[in-house]
Design a binder for this molecule. Structure first.
Ligand SMILES: O=c1cc[nH]c(=O)[nH]1
Length: 448
């Protein structure tokens, strides 16, 4: 396996860089989405709803979420551009920087939370196998590994994620098999439900959809290396479904079995297993975090390069990698507000992409606004000044207020994820039809 350090840029991918096939794309997205917070999310549904209805809701919600992810991924494959360079077309060159910066903050937040969970899992393995209990050392190893692999760039990441993903799939499936063979499904079917549930099936559906949207800033950064749009669409849908179904399904099982076994609620399969499966369960958690954090750190670097085009890839990875290692030392403080964080992320990011999808597919007839994507202050048509799409920005502000109001101030019985998406898409479509679309041009063939 040949691996070189990365010199990735935000320029359109060259023909020889488009080497990501179907299996590679599936493995990449399985590696990303099979991750500890998704296991925790599945576990949170129990015992408010039955394991069967939780599982079916995960299935249906994830299929819907995948449609949004695939439609964004295909823009990345078609244009060969990373997410927040594509966003220039919708929000204007300068407008897109606001959302690229927001994405850096959000993904760095995910990396911190996940990194600490991964370090705890590694600490459990080292304690069991070597008698070494040192969480700070485990934080450095977990996040250090993430930084070193990310600096290899997309081709190194693709190779390593492929291997890690297959390993993780085998381990996660054997942990699931072990859980099922130790406890059986009959008791799960008859699980007593909570007398005071805080989640309804509609809210579970909303959370599953919000989980899909939490990934929406990443597809273009990776799928721009796909061999074709078909590979990109099928690959992200298959990989996302595989990773999410296994992770949330495992969470649902762990939630049910910990109640049946009278254990204190736990997100960690290892906590309700015995023997060598404790270490295996923890190893799955550790690997799941490393593979996901690699993808997040790569996207954080791409987003910051979209804000500061002169920033080089290795410098961006080192800067954010070191900051994230230091931030992870906050440890328990990071977990205190985990679910608030998930809610806030959903509320802020969903409208950004509802607007981009509407702009690309409905308003500009599947083309990007070339003058914003390739803006320089010298050759911009306006000559000078700032490049903002005011209609997109106004729509975003209205939609973010809508989302925050219906998430925090007056929570809806059906949740706000799907409604926010529809609200943002409709407002943007109507305002653009009323006041006119920005001038859109086809990208040159080199970019398509
Ligand atoms: O790193 C990430 C990004 C999105 N969603 C997650 O669960 N983790």
């Amino acid at each position: 396996m040949e691996i070189h350090s990365g010199h990735d840029t935000i320029l359109p991918t060259s023909a020889e860089d488009r080497n990501l096939g179907l299996l590679g794309t599936i493995f990449l997205w399985t590696a990303a989405t099979l991750v500890t917070p998704t296991i925790m999310t599945g576990q949170m549904f129990i015992p408010d709803v039955t394991p069967y209805s939780a599982f079916m809701t995960v299935l249906i919600g994830s299929i819907l979420g995948c449609i949004a992810l695939a439609s964004v991924a295909i823009i990345g494959t078609k244009t060969g551009l990373p997410t927040f360079v594509i966003a220039r077309s919708t929000y204007g060159y300068h407008g897109s920087k606001i959302f690229a910066a927001l994405n850096v903050v959000i993904l760095a937040g995910w990396s911190l939370i996940q990194g600490y969970l991964g370090a705890m899992a590694l600490n459990k393995v080292t304690s069991l196998v070597f008698g070494l209990d040192n969480i700070v050392l485990c934080i450095f190893i977990t996040q250090g590994l993430v930084m070193v692999i990310t600096i290899l760039g997309h081709s190194g990441i693709q190779k390593i994620e492929g291997v890690a993903s297959s390993l993780m799939l085998i381990m996660a499936l054997s942990v699931t098999y072990k859980l099922l063979s130790e406890h059986g499904l009959t008791e799960v079917k008859n699980l007593p439900l909570s007398d005071t549930p805080s989640l309804t099936l509609a809210i579970v559906f909303d959370i599953v959809l919000a989980t899909a949207f939490s990934w929406i800033t990443l597809p273009c950064d990776y799928n721009r290396y796909c061999k074709s749009k078909k590979v990109s669409g099928i690959g992200i849908v298959s990989g996302y479904m595989l990773g999410t179904i296994i992770a949330m399904g495992l969470g649902i099982l762990v939630g049910a079995f910990s109640i049946i076994g009278g254990h204190t609620p736990t997100y960690d399969p290892a906590d309700i297993m015995q023997g060598k499966y404790v270490a295996l369960g923890s190893l799955v958690m550790f690997l799941s975090v490393v593979t996901t954090n690699i993808m997040s750190l790569y996207s954080v670097s791409m987003s910051s390069m979209s804000v500061l085009p002169k920033l080089r890839f290795p410098v961006a990875v080192l800067f954010w990698g070191i900051l994230i290692i230091l931030g992870t030392l906050l440890q328990e403080m990071l977990l205190a507000s985990f679910f608030d964080w998930v809610l806030l992320v959903g509320a802020l990011m969903i409208p950004v992409f509802a607007i981009i999808i509407t702009d690309y597919y409905l308003i500009n007839n599947r083309t990007l606004n070339d003058s914003s994507v390739n803006y320089t202050s010298v050759n911009n048509k306006a000559g000078q000044g700032l490049d903002f799409n005011i209609i997109a920005l106004i729509t975003y502000v209205l939609s973010a207020v809508f989302a925050i109001y219906f998430t925090y101030s007056a929570p809806l019985e059906i949740g706000s994820t799907a409604l926010t998406f529809v609200f943002a898409a409709t407002v943007y479509f109507v305002l653009t039809k009323l006041f006119g679309a920005r001038n859109s041009q086809n990208l040159s063939t080199a970019q398509l």
